[in-house]
Structures are given as structure tokens and as C-alpha cells.
Design a binder for this molecule. Structure first.
Ligand code: PBG
Length: 325
């Protein structure tokens, strides 16, 4: 018996540390979100609450994606900001909608890039909710499913590789799966935002996607941050309904949820490092209080260590372009 354990033996050099490293981060794990705006193809407007992230017109999006792909980006997710919004969010399912156009152009230029389509109504509805609203101001579940399914089919028709429903209506994975299969897209996977919390960390995103609810909040459909067991039920339901990949969102405040979901199910698990997580790091770094890259990488490795197989992060492109992988 020795007197004490010498953990430092395996930390003595970079090579030694790399040899025993348990978790690795690679460009192949990361999905970069982009906000594509319909109003002006040449638009490039920095999002005030997300420094370094932009609302992009179609032409600018192509330039941005081109740079990211050259740097090693393998996957991206698109959010649309349409010119016209209405109570039904009809642009979400329009074949010439802004996201559908963007998907087609990206797949034409870079067929190998994995294009994920966020499927939701909130960016497209005039009231900013993720579902249809009754005259009493309630968010209607079942009548919304048809619209979500139509949006998903239209995104798949445009060439989306993965459909990612983020609305949190009950039954939407089943509705989308059925509609995709009927339209001939049996091979298009669904990555559901299965465990999505009603989080204040989405604040900056709502500026970026211009999808803040005009009244009330999302607490009747997104989850209570206090609940973990409920998250497992949500994940189980989505897997039952046909989800191929499930996602936990936000990321860092919910590492315990990622771990429990990872241990409870055998499907791939995604984590979304959301806008507020990004903006916190950016703001502190811009003040000189923390090292942006180091903190971003530490947060991402934390998400992987907790059990995430893939990560949606606004840092993806920057890290790649800076040569971090
Ligand atoms: C749409 C959607 C949201 C996010 C992703 N998809 C906003 C919301 O639910 O309010 C948030 C992403 C982020 O904050 O980075 N429903």
C-alpha cells in the first residue's frame, strides 16, 4: 500500500494527457445554427444580443456557409425569418418559403453538408407562438400537428437531411413521421427537441429569429425547468413515436438531464447550447473577464462528457475557422 494516490502522474505532459483523455470534441460533432432572412438577399445584420452572429439574406448565407464548409463544418441548422407572418404561420410550409429556398441552394452547392431544418411555427406566426391560438388565447395542440407535418414535408421536399421539430406539441413526432412516410421520405430522420425547457436562456434567439410570443409565454407547452423525470417521459414518448435522435435544450444548465437521457435510452442524444449560453460567454469575454475560446471549448466538452453525441452551438463556425479541431 502506498501512502497516497498520485493522480498527477497522468497529467505530466500534453502527450500523456491526450493519451488518457476520456472525451473528445470534433468538428463532426457540431451543428452551426444560421438565421436566414427573406426580406433582402444581401442582408448581413449583426444580432445585437448575439455578437458575432448574423441575420443573413440568402446570398450572404451562401457566402457564410461556404467559409464554414471550407473550415470543416459538416452540419448546420436553419431558422427562417419570413417577410410575411400570419396567425397560421403559413410560410413555415411554403415550398418557396425562405428556409426551403435556403435548403435547396445549400444542397445544390454542398450536397455532402448535413442540413437540419428546425420545424416550428413561432418564427412564422404573427402572434409568435409555436402553435395555433384559440380566440381564448390558448395554444391548440391537435390542430397544430397538421401544419407542423406539412412544414416538415415541405422542408424534406426542399432537400432537408434531418427534420427537427422544436414546437413541443404532443404527438408531433408521430404526425410528422406519418406525413414524411406518406410523402415518400421514409429515410429522412427526425431529431426531436424532446426535452425542451421553458427557458429564459432563449432570449437572444428571439431577437435573432424575431419569434418572441406577442402575449403570454411558452410554459403551457415547454417544460418546467424544475423537472427531470418528466424529461425522461418526453424522451420516451418521442422515441415511441419514431424520433431517431433526441435533443435536450438548453445545454449547460441541464447536464444532469443529458446524462439521465443518455443512460436511459440507446438513441443518439443531441444537446443545444442555446443563444443565452452563447451570449453570456461572449459578453464576459468582450469585457476581458474570461477567455472566450477556452470557456466555449470547456462548455462543449462538458456537454459531451454529460453524454451528448452531437451539439448545436453558435461557436461551431468560429472554432472551426480558428483551426481548433
Ligand atoms: C423555436 C426555437 C427556439 C429555439 C430553437 N427553436 C425558441 C423558443 O422555443 O422560444 C431557441 C434556440 C436558442 O435560444 O438558441 N421554437
Amino acid at each position: 500500500m502506498y501512502a497516497f494516490h498520485r493522480g498527477r502522474r497522468l497529467r505530466s505532459s500534453r502527450t500523456m494527457r491526450n493519451l488518457v483523455r476520456e472525451t473528445r470534441l470534433s468538428n463532426e460533432d457540431l451543428i452551426q445554427p444560421y438565421f436566414v432572412v427573406e426580406s433582402d438577399p444581401g442582408l448581413r445584420r449583426e444580432i445585437p444580443s448575439m455578437p458575432g452572429q448574423f441575420q443573413l439574406g440568402l446570398d450572404e448565407l451562401m457566402i457564410e456557409v461556404g467559409g464554414a464548409v471550407d473550415a470543416g463544418l459538416k452540419a448546420l441548422i436553419l431558422f427562417g425569418v419570413p417577410r410575411h407572418k400570419d396567425p397560421e404561420g403559413s410560410q413555415a410550409g411554403a415550398d418557396d418559403g425562405i428556409v426551403q429556398q435556403a435548403i435547396r441552394r445549400i444542397k445544390d452547392n454542398w450536397p455532402e453538408v448535413m442540413v437540419v431544418a428546425d420545424t416550428c411555427l413561432c418564427e412564422y406566426t404573427s402572434h409568435g407562438h409555436c402553435g395555433l391560438v384559440t380566440p381564448q388565447g390558448e395554444i391548440e395542440n391537435d390542430s397544430t400537428l397538421e401544419l407542423l407535418a406539412a412544414a416538415a414535408v415541405s422542408q424534406a421536399r426542399a432537400g432537408a437531411d434531418i427534420i427537427a421539430p422544436s414546437d413541443m406539441m404532443d404527438g408531433r413526432v408521430a404526425a410528422i413521421r406519418t406525413a414524411l412516410d406518406k410523402a415518400g421520405f421514409q429515410n429522412t430522420p427526425i431529431m426531436s427537441y424532446a426535452v425542451k425547457y421553458a427557458s429564459s436562456f432563449y432570449g437572444p434567439f428571439r431577437d435573432a429569429a424575431e419569434g418572441a410570443p406577442r402575449f403570454g409565454n411558452r410554459k403551457t407547452y415547454q417544460m418546467d425547468p424544475a423537472n427531470a423525470r418528466e424529461g425522461l417521459r418526453e424522451a420516451a414518448a418521442d422515441i415511441d413515436e419514431g424520433a431517431d435522435i433526441i435533443m435536450v435544450k438548453p445545454g449547460l444548465p441541464y447536464l444532469d438531464i443529458i446524462r439521465q437521457v443518455r443512460d436511459s435510452f440507446d438513441v443518439p442524444v443531441g444537446a443545444y447550447q442555446v443563444s443565452g449560453e452563447y451570449s453570456q460567454i461572449k459578453a464576459a469575454a468582450m469585457n476581458g473577464w474570461i477567455d472566450e475560446t477556452a470557456v466555449a471549448l470547456e462548455s462543449l466538452i462538458g456537454l459531451k462528457r454529460a453524454g451528448a453525441d452531437l451539439i448545436l452551438t453558435y461557436f461551431a463556425q468560429d472554432l472551426l475557422e480558428a483551426g481548433h479541431f
